[in-house]
Design a protein around this ligand. Structure first.
Ligand code: MOS
Length: 736
């Protein structure tokens, strides 16, 4: 068995030797370079856009603006296979309207990057600007409900909140806020576009090649059959590359305009105002409980910023619906339209932010009742899905609590806050529950077993650095009875069978199950050939009694009786066997609640004079069904925890209230955790066998690691200092 082993990344060598081709690295003949000119303020009207100087600058091939682009060049979706998103946020260069600071207003294409940059600086816009609306809180009274949250209604209730609230003997009623964040993957958004022979090819940094294909087909009016999207490697996405953003359209239009390949890399400072971001949230959480800690009522009222022209909901209350056993619950979601680009999914959208509100409120409740925070969670442990009143497909959360607490040394924690001082540091510990829903979508894969005993897997899924190449290789190796080194896994190309967006932590489950069934189809064909061939030692045997391993086909109960796959194929005169198969979720999604689980434990030190917070330890114990590869699984969880440190202490997009533009749009102004911020991290993989969730028993792990991390750190800060900070990030001025 290869599944379950810590196989090194199969793409590791290509990455560290620089031969892995990222989307900005395709060396195409006659390549040109595009640079975006983005609006410095918004909302505004362009009174003038002077491109004359830029057009005359050395090396310039073209300057695209709303004057050069015919308005009908961008068609609304009118075909089946509609794009995965509202097109409005992706349309560009339409008229003189600037909807937000950071919107592209021109695209400069030149022979070299330097020439394009120099010329872009010569484009002179003149604005008639209006004052932007960029702050959430002042406009909460104008909030409106979203149309839906991924198909679910924005408001949800069970039982009777008012009655449960009245039954409570202890109450928490508090407002929590999380900051607008920018994903900042190491690889910036980038698109290399080629338009030739009526066909558009995009090498795009994306989490969804089929999504880009559909969106760009709709925008350009091209037949989807003439749009191909390739993305072999992604240098991090975290949700920002799940939907499409205006630069992709700009690159495609530029390539169609100049008739040469165009490379467009979004500059770091431009990312902040151009692509989606995690919206700011405002959350009122109310908890009522009996003296023993049992919850009688939960209410979670969330609001987040969206743009003026399309909706994105940060669904802070979805996790609240299922996390604890409580008969009375009310959850609402509201939106406030502001003058920014449309926000989007960022790692555990809803769960990362919503768990901050809920899990801090639980900590406040524990403090009010003088209960241990972990004991409070156990009192309210949900043995069934409390929202749908159905069993869980599996739930090893209790073991996560136990193993995490043991590894962390939770039992040694002082019962009262502000009790431990070490020199000029206050020291404290906090914890929180983590959970993330298990998603899976239909996916297809193509598998070919070659006459030389090697095999090739093709599926249009994605590897965001998560390990997809590696786990699919392991899954295929086991199903085909080959070694991982005999398998070539190819992903990230719309020439391959379709797989869903690499979002919602669904890729491992979606793609693995598809690869598995396609491999089994090839294997079964091989077995049929063997038993039908009088020259085979397996002639006449029942295929059900045969097995494959080590490149051989043999009798399962008599491994000596068999032959190599190569000899079967050679005698059958087959150059290869190939199969394409699909796998999709079935009725199990109706019958079971499906979530991955975890428990986060944090220790912090807070400088008594300066308010500076240092995380000293973070322990996470996680259960995610079958772990395909403990090495890549652990890395994903570590990454989530690191991002949780950023959310808790560092990250916030700051905008200028007068001009709307992002003020800290760089990696020195917008702080992400660096090694000095990241202490001893420990990930514990808690075994969890799930016979229901999907055929291979896989849950996703990409987002689970950030859930609860912010709350655990905030709760540790309270325990250290006795001061409750309810707004992230917890910066030192909030503690002084
Ligand atoms: Mo993830 S935020 O669903 O890419």
């Amino acid at each position: 068995m290869n599944v379950g082993k810590p196989l090194d990344r199969v793409d590791g060598r290509a990455k560290v030797t620089g031969t892995a081709t990222y989307s900005a690295e395709w060396a195409l003949p006659h390549l040109t370079h595009a640079v975006l000119v983005t609006a410095e303020r918004g909302p505004a009207r362009l009174l003038a856009l002077d491109t004359q100087q830029a057009q005359r600058a050395p090396g310039v091939v073209a300057v695209l603006t709303h004057h050069t682009e015919r308005p009908h060049a961008q068609k609304p979706p009118d075909k089946p296979g509609a794009p995965p998103m509202a097109l409005d946020p992706v349309l560009v260069l339409r008229d003189e309207t600037v909807r937000y600071a950071g919107q592209p207003i021109a695209v400069v294409v030149a022979e070299t990057l330097e020439q394009a940059r120099a010329a872009a600086a010569l484009v002179k816009p003149r604005y008639d600007d209006q004052s932007p609306r960029i702050a959430l809180e002042p406009h909460l009274d104008e909030a409106h409900p979203p149309k839906s949250i991924f198909g679910a209604p924005p408001d949800h209730a069970r039982g009777d909140f008012a009655r449960g609230w009245a039954e409570g003997e202890a109450h928490v009623d508090a407002v929590y806020t999380t900051a607008a964040e920018s994903h900042n993957p190491m690889e910036p958004h980038a698109t290399t576009a080629v338009f030739a022979g009526g066909k558009l090819t995009l090498y795009d940094a994306t989490q969804y090649v089929y999504g880009v294909k559909r969106t760009l087909a709709a925008i350009t009016g091209l037949d989807p059959a003439n749009v191909r999207v390739v993305c072999r490697y992604v240098g991090g996405g975290f949700g920002s590359k799940g939907l499409q953003w205006p630069h992709v359209t700009c690159a495609a239009l530029a390539a169609m305009h100049v008739g040469r390949p165009v490379k467009l890399v979004v500059e770091r400072r431009q990312l902040f105002g151009l692509v989606g971001f995690r919206p700011r949230t405002h959350q009122r959480v109310r908890l009522a409980a009996r003296r023993d800690g049992s919850l009688t009522a939960i209410a979670h009222d969330g609001a987040n910023q969206t743009s003026r022209f399309s909706e994105f909901t940060e669904p802070v209350g979805l996790l609240t619906r299922i996390l604890y056993a409580c008969p009375n619950l009310a959850v609402t979601h509201r939106l406030v339209a502001l003058d920014t680009q449309t926000p989007t999914f960022q790692r555990a959208p809803g769960e990362a932010s919503g768990s901050f509100g809920l899990e801090c409120a639980m900590d406040e409740l524990a403090h009010t009742l003088a209960l241990d925070p972990l004991a409070l969670r156990l009192v309210n442990y949900a043995r069934r899905d409390p929202d749908q009143d159905r069993p869980w497909s599996s739930k090893a959360l209790e073991a996560c609590y136990q193993e995490g607490a043991r590894a962390f040394g939770w039992s040694a924690r002082a019962p009262k806050p502000r009790a431990t001082r070490d020199g000029h540091w206050w020291v404290g510990q906090g914890m929180a529950t983590a959970s993330y829903p298990t998603h899976r979508s239909g996916a297809s894969a193509r598998v070919r077993l070659n006459a030389d005993g090697s095999a090739r897997v093709q599926i249009a899924t994605h590897d965001l650095g998560t390990g997809t190449y590696t786990i699919l290789t392991q899954v295929a190796a086991d199903a085909l009875g080959l070694e991982p080194g005999q398998i070539t896994t190819e992903i990230g190309d719309t020439d391959y069978p379709e797989a869903p967006v690499a979002g919602g932590s669904q890729s491992a489950a979606s793609a693995s199950n598809a690869v598995h069934v396609a491999c089994l189809a090839v294997r079964d064909e091989l077995l049929r050939l063997a038993v039908a061939d009088p020259a085979s030692p397996l002639y006449g045997r029942a295929p059900a009694g045969l097995a494959v391993a080590g490149g051989r086909v043999y009798k399962a109960d008599q491994p000596g009786v068999g032959e190599t796959m190569q000899s079967v194929l050679a005698r059958a005169q087959k150059p290869h066997l190939e199969a394409e198969r699909s796998s999709k979720p079935g009725e199990e999604t109706q019958h079971y609640g499906m979530h991955a689980w975890g428990a986060q434990f944090a220790e912090v030190r807070v400088d008594a004079e300066l308010g500076m917070v240092r995380v000293t330890r973070l322990v996470g114990a996680f259960a995610g069904g079958r772990i395909l590869n403990p090495k890549t699984a652990r890395s994903q969880l570590l990454g989530g925890m690191v991002m949780g440190i950023g959310m808790a202490l560092l990250e916030e997009v700051v905008r200028d209230p007068r001009q709307g533009r992002v003020l800290n749009g760089s990696l020195e102004g917008y702080m992400v955790p660096v090694n000095a911020d990241v202490p001893a991290l420990e990930v514990i993989l808690v075994p969890e066998d799930d016979p229901h969730v999907n055929p291979l028993g896989i849950k996703g792990l990409g987002e689970l690691g950030i859930v609860g991390a912010g709350a655990a750190i905030a709760n540790a800060v309270f325990h250290a200092t006795g001061k409750r900070v309810r707004g992230l990030p917890i910066t030192l001025e909030k503690l002084l």
